[in-house]
Design a protein around this ligand. Structure first.
Ligand SMILES: Nc1nc2c(ncn2[C@@H]2O[C@H](COP(=O)(O)OP(=O)(O)OP(=O)(O)O)[C@@H](O)[C@H]2O)c(=O)[nH]1
Length: 334
């Protein structure tokens, strides 16, 4: 769940709750989280899966909502004990809430059945008035329970939102490179695994490595080398490549992963990046004298068939090595 305004959230809620009632889905946090996400219509993959399940099974079984919850609402692998405890407390509270709601629906059902029986035998207006009063009291009680039930669901929703933002922050911290604030290798790999699922020979990886960083460090000092690492990251980022993520995976090595870009276009892009970097005129801070030319070598690989993520990364590394062996400041895709 993302942060919506209260109105929008209530709008979604007005769709989610009847959906759960119509499909007889118990209001556990898992079920609720999934139905809320479904009703918000912002995760097409989830909606497609849910629609197909509802078509075939007439509902969504609990074991499946649990799966969907972890896949589309909160990623299971990010849980720690504290999160688990919070979720368990939420489940317990919701179960209690759901039992109370069930009890209240049962008693409304009893009221309706009894009213029907009395009405069948009623032969005077007095009888009918009595039945109406009885019905009024029964429905009022049910409405009270429904309001309480919805309020409790709202609490669950906000708890889930809070948990979700906690987990997002946690995830970002472990996936970011502290030096550049771009992704690190872990972040890159998560995207590689995610995008690989829908890729059709058009998931491309550029490994961009600063040439001779060791001698730059030696000649100009490590601090200057580090500034150059950051600068190269900024230059790559400034290309604003669509559907891409940038990660620093090692000292002076960046990975640019691009979804839906074929090899020829990826190689063109690699060459543009390489040229742009080689054209930079970098001057010493103190003397303002120009530094030796900054260059990068690039390995470009595009996913082939059902190739694994590690094989794609390994191929890009081999091509990067080839670019280095051919004299650096080059792009290689074989
Ligand atoms: N300044 C700086 N240097 C780093 C950082 N991380 C790694 N390095 C250094 O970057 C250098 C990378 O050297 P290598 O990968 O061996 O190769 P290179 O000197 O860049 O030469 P080629 O890649 O073959 O062109 C090493 O000396 C590392 O110590 C960093 O954060 N800042």
């Amino acid at each position: 769940m993302q942060d919506e305004g209260l109105n929008e959230a209530n709008e979604i809620l007005r769709k989610a709750v009847p959906l759960m009632q119509r499909l007889n889905i118990a209001p556990t946090p898992y079920n609720y989280g999934v139905c809320y996400e479904y009703s918000s219509n912002r995760t097409p993959k989830l909606n497609k899966l849910m629609d197909a399940t509802i078509r075939t099974l007439g509902g969504v079984p609990d074991y499946l909502t649990k799966e969907l919850f972890h896949q589309f609402v909160i990623d299971d692998s990010q849980f720690n004990n504290e999160h688990q405890n919070k979720i368990e407390a939420l489940i317990e509270a919701s179960q209690k809430n759901s039992k109370e709601m069930q009890g209240s629906l049962d008693s409304l059902d009893g009221v309706l059945k009894k009213s029907k029986r009395v009405l069948e035998r009623a032969d005077r207006q007095k009888h009918i008035e009595k039945v109406l009063n009885y019905l009024e009291k029964g429905t009022e009680k049910a409405i009270e329970s429904t309001v309480k039930f919805n309020e409790n669901l709202n609490v669950v929703r906000y708890e889930i939102d809070a948990l979700k933002s906690d987990l997002e922050a946690l995830k970002n911290n472990i996936e970011l490179d502290p030096l550049t604030q771009h992704y690190n290798q872990k972040g890159l790999e998560r995207y590689m695994y995610t995008w690989k699922k829908g890729a059709e020979d058009d998931l491309s990886l550029l490994l961009i490595d600063i040439d001779k960083l060791q001698s730059i460090n030696k000649k100009h000092g490590r601090r200057a080398g580090t500034s150059l690492i950051r600068y190269v990251g900024k230059l790559i980022k400034d290309f604003n490549v669509d559907n891409s993520v940038l990660a620093r995976i090692d000292g002076g090595t960046y990975a640019l992963l691009i979804n839906e870009l074929e090899l020829a276009k990826a190689s063109e892009l690699a060459n543009s990046i390489r040229k742009k970097i080689s054209l930079q005129k970098i001057r010493y801070k103190d003397t303002k004298k120009e530094m030796t030319q900054l260059t990068v070598s690039v390995g470009v690989a595009t996913l082939i068939g059902d190739e694994s993520v590690s094989s794609l990364l390994a191929r890009a590394r081999v091509y990067l090595e080839n670019a280095k062996h051919r004299g650096r400041n080059r792009t290689s895709s074989n």
